[in-house]
Design a protein around this ligand. Structure first.
Ligand code: ASN
Length: 494
C-alpha cells in the first residue's frame, strides 16, 4: 500500500505498528504536492515546515506509546477555517494576508487529537460557488480530468484527497459544498446535521446554513472524523448540546456481523428530483445501479414527494446572499485585511476596498442580498424565501415519517468543463438542486462514489437522513461502498 493512498485507519495501523512514521507520510504528501499541485491548484497555502514539525512530535509520542485517533495523520483544511499563525484567506484577495490569532474550535480539536495540519485548500471565494473557479487566487483542476472543475466550493479539499495530497480533509457545506466536490472527485463527503460541529472560527458565509464536515477516502474515515469533530461548543451559539454517538462503532458492528444487511431500512426517492430537467443519463444510470445494490442488501425503496423542490434553489439564492451581505459587511478595509489606500475619503475607501478586494460573484451576492433585505422588499423576497424554507422543512419531516433515509444523485451532471458555466450564474446555481434542500432543513447528507460517466468522471450517490440521525446514513453509505468497491484513484495522477 502506497503512503498517499492510505485511509486514516490504514495509516493509523501502520503508524502504531511502527511500519511507517508520520514524517514519512508527510514527506511523501509534500513531495506529491510539489510535483502535482502547480498544475492542480488544490492548495492555497502549504505549511511544509509546520507539518514536518508536528509530524516529528507525533512520531515521538507514538514511539512513547501514546495512542490517539489522529496522532500523526496529515489533514488539509478548507481555507475558510481560522488557523493560528497560518494565513486564512477564504479564497479572497481581501484576506490575502490575514493571519488569525486563534484556531477555529474544529482545528483545535483536530490538533488535540494529534492531527498534522498540512495546508489550507482552495475554494470559491468565501465559499460562494460550485466549481472553485471563483477563487480570488487560482482555479483548481479535477484530478480525474484536468479540463474539468473539481466542483465547489470545497474543490481544493476534494481535489487534494483525490490526488493523494492529504490523508483526509475538512470542507464546509452551505448548499452542497462538501457533497458536490466529493462527488465530482470520487471521494466521500459528509455534511453533518446543522449544529453538530462547532463553527467557532469558521468565517461565516450564510450562518443559518453553513456546516463543517469531513472529506475522506471512505465512509469509515468519515465516521472516524465525525467521532472526533462533533460536540457542543459554548463558543458557538448554534452548536447543539446533544450527545455524539459513536459513529465508528456503528459501522464496525455492522461490518463485523457478516450476516448484517440493511434489511428493515426504508429509503425514500423524491419523485421531483428524478424528473429534474437536465439530469444526465450517466448520472441517472449510476444512481439506479446503486439503488439496486441497496435493494439487494435489503433496503426497501418507496417513492416520496418533496413538493417544494421547484422553489428551493430560488429560496436558497435569496437567503444565502442575504446572510452573506450581512456577514461580509465586516470586510470594510478598517477591521480586517486589504485596504485601498488611494481613497479620497472614508466612503470612497469603503467603495474602492470592496470593489478591488471582492471578486465578481461575491459582489453579485452582496448586492442581491442587500436588495432582498432592503426596506420595502424584505417581505417580498427574504420573507417569502423563509416561508419556502419552512415548507421545505415540513416536506422532509413528512417524508421521514415514511422512511429512514432519502436517496438521490448529488448533482445533475458529472464535473463540467472549466469555463463552461462561469458566465452563467443561474446555470451554476441550478447545479445545487439536489443538495441545498438539506441545508435549508438543517439535515445531514452524505456523498459516496457510485460509478463513472462514459468519459470516466466519478459520480456520487447522496444519502440524506433526519436531524441528528447520521447513523443510518453512514450504514447505508458503508453498505453501498462495500458492495460497489469503487476505486477512488484517478489513474493519471497515481
Ligand atoms: N457554499 C456552498 O455550499 C455552495 C453553493 N453552491 C453556494 O454557492 O452557495
Amino acid at each position: 500500500m502506497k503512503l498517499h493512498e492510505m485511509t486514516i485507519q490504514q495509516a493509523r495501523a501502520e503508524l502504531d505498528g511502527g511500519a511507517v512514521t508520520s514524517a514519512d507520510l508527510v514527506d511523501e504528501l509534500l513531495g506529491r504536492i510539489e510535483r502535482l499541485d502547480s498544475d492542480l491548484g488544490a492548495y492555497i497555502t502549504v505549511d511544509a515546515e509546520g507539518a514536518k514539525r508536528s509530524a516529528r512530535e507525533a512520531d515521538k509520542r507514538i514511539a512513547a506509546g501514546e495512542r490517539l485517533p489522529l496522532l500523526g495523520i496529515p489533514i488539509a483544511l478548507k481555507d475558510l477555517l481560522c488557523t493560528r499563525g497560518v494565513r486564512t484567506t477564504c479564497g479572497s484577495k481581501i484576506l490575502e494576508n490575514f493571519v488569525p490569532e486563534y484556531d477555529a474550535t474544529v482545528v483545535k480539536i483536530l490538533k488535540d487529537a494529534g492531527a498534522v495540519i498540512i495546508g489550507k485548500t482552495n475554494l470559491d471565494e468565501f465559499a460562494m460557488g460550485s466549481s472553485t473557479e471563483n477563487s480570488g487566487f487560482h482555479i483548481t483542476r479535477n484530478p480525474w480530468n484536468r479540463d474539468c472543475v473539481p466542483g465547489g466550493s470545497s474543490g481544493g479539499s476534494a481535489a487534494a484527497m483525490a490526488a493523494g495530497m492529504c490523508t483526509a480533509a475538512l470542507g464546509t457545506d452551505t448548499g452542497g459544498s462538501i457533497r458536490q466536490p466529493a462527488s465530482h472527485c470520487g471521494v466521500v463527503g459528509l455534511k453533518p446535521t446543522y449544529g453538530r460541529v462547532s463553527r467557532f472560527g469558521l468565517v461565516s458565509y450564510a450562518s443559518s446554513l453553513d456546516q463543517i464536515g469531513p472529506i475522506t477516502r471512505d465512509v469509515t474515515d468519515a465516521a472516524l472524523l465525525m467521532n472526533v469533530i462533533c460536540g457542543h461548543d459554548p463558543r458557538d451559539s448554534t452548536s447543539a448540546d446533544v450527545d455524539t454517538p459513536d459513529f465508528m462503532s456503528a459501522i464496525q458492528s455492522f461490518d463485523q456481523d457478516k450476516s448484517s444487511s440493511l434489511k428493515g431500512m426504508k429509503a425514500g426517492i423524491p419523485k421531483e428530483f428524478m424528473s429534474v430537467k437536465g439530469l444526465d443519463p450517466d448520472v441517472e444510470a449510476a444512481f439506479n445501479n446503486a439503488r439496486k445494490v441497496l435493494e439487494d442488501q435489503g433496503v426497501e425503496m418507496i417513492e416520496i414527494s418533496l413538493p417544494q423542490t421547484d422553489y428551493a434553489v430560488a429560496a436558497y439564492y435569496v437567503i444565502a446572499p442575504s446572510e452573506a451581505s450581512s456577514n461580509l459587511a465586516r470586510f470594510d478595509g478598517v477591521r480586517y485585511g486589504f485596504r485601498d489606500r488611494n481613497a479620497s475619503d472614508l466612503i470612497d475607501m469603503y467603495k474602492k476596498t470592496k470593489s478591488r478586494g471582492f471578486g465578481a460573484e461575491v459582489q453579485r451576492r452582496i448586492i442581491t442580498g442587500t436588495y432582498a433585505l432592503s426596506a420595502g422588499y424584505y417581505d417580498a423576497y427574504y420573507g417569502r424565501a423563509t416561508r419556502v424554507r419552512s415548507m421545505i422543512r415540513e416536506d422532509f419531516s413528512k417524508a421521514f415519517k415514511e422512511c429512514d433515509i432519502i436517496i438521490s444523485p448529488v448533482a445533475p451532471t458529472p464535473a463540467f468543463r472549466i469555463g463552461e458555466n462561469v458566465d452563467d450564474p443561474l446555470t451554476m446555481y441550478l447545479t445545487d438542486i439536489f443538495t441545498l434542500s438539506t441545508n435549508m432543513a438543517g439535515l445531514p447528507g452524505l456523498s459516496v462514489p457510485c460509478g463513472f460517466s462514459s468519459e470516466g468522471l466519478p459520480i456520487g450517490f447522496q444519502i440524506m437522513a433526519d436531524r441528528f440521525n447520521e447513523i443510518p446514513l453512514l450504514k447505508a453509505g458503508y453498505g453501498l461502498e462495500r458492495a460497489l468497491e469503487i476505486s477512488v484513484k484517478p489513474q493519471l495522477i497515481y
